[in-house]
Design a protein around this ligand. Structure first.
Ligand code: URA
Length: 232
């Protein structure tokens, strides 16, 4: 039977070749090669100042309606240690600087306890504009703003990131878990596995729950140990 079939195919081939057809026509339509979309690459910025200029008068999400100042971030652009909070509060919205209210005072104390100063680290947020009534930023607001934090991280190239609070921790690690589950261990960033990230409680949470300060200090000790002697 197999012999008969191959004879038949041979005969058909000979017949087609007589008519100038070299290949057995296939039922499948030959696909014209479609150009693939180039991967979405992050715009390249030469410096944090370039990046900040790109954000000037940003209208990418609804947070622009009620904000006063965009809180880009501040600190040493060559630091090895980057802190990331959730988003500006009322004081930050007024001044344009991150963590300047009561939570900021507590963050300063945490930084000083690590034998560092604010000028030696960098502080940024997941969203750069204040969510009304200090609500948690919406997923679409985070999506619009995150490329700017990613670009900040690319430019600063920190050796270590500390995510302050669940919004920062879950956004940066992609983990859907409680802070109790996330804290106390190192994670990878969703898009880059070369910078270790420690998640810990947000200073605003510590103002309401001072007992958790001890736990945060345990986390910071792990950060200090992993970063080694020169933290600047
Ligand atoms: N809380 C944050 O998460 N970020 C700030 O900048 C201030 C308070």
């Amino acid at each position: 039977m197999a012999q008969n079939n191959s004879n038949l195919v041979g005969e058909y081939m000979a017949l087609w070749q007589e008519h100038g057809i070299e290949e057995i026509p296939s039922k499948k339509k030959s696909r014209t090669k479609r150009k693939r979309k180039p991967p979405q690459t992050q715009p390249q910025y030469k410096s944090l100042t370039d990046l900040q200029n790109e954000l000037r008068d940003c209208r990418r999400c609804g947070l622009c309606k009620e904000r006063n100042k965009i809180v880009f971030g501040s600190g040493n652009p060559k630091t090895k240690l980057l802190f990331v909070g959730e988003g500006p509060g009322a004081n930050e919205d007024k001044t344009g600087l991150p963590f300047v209210g009561r939570a900021g005072d507590l963050l300063n104390k945490i930084i000083e306890a690590m034998a560092l100063t604010r000028d030696e680290v960098y502080i940024a947020n997941i969203v750069k504009c204040r969510p009304p009534s200090n609500r948690v930023p919406l997923p679409e607001e985070i999506e619009e703003c995150l490329p700017f934090l990613k670009a900040q991280i690319e430019l600063i190239k920190p050796q270590m990131i500390v995510a302050l609070g669940l919004t920062a921790a879950s956004t940066l690690t992609g983990e859907d878990a409680t802070m109790g589950m996330l804290r106390g261990k190192f994670h990878n960033l969703v898009w880059n596995n070369s910078i270790p990230l420690m998640a810990t409680y947000h200073p605003a949470y510590l103002l309401r729950n001072p007992a958790a300060k001890k736990v945060v200090w345990e986390d910071m000790k792990l950060v200090i140990k992993k970063m080694g002697p020169s933290k600047k």
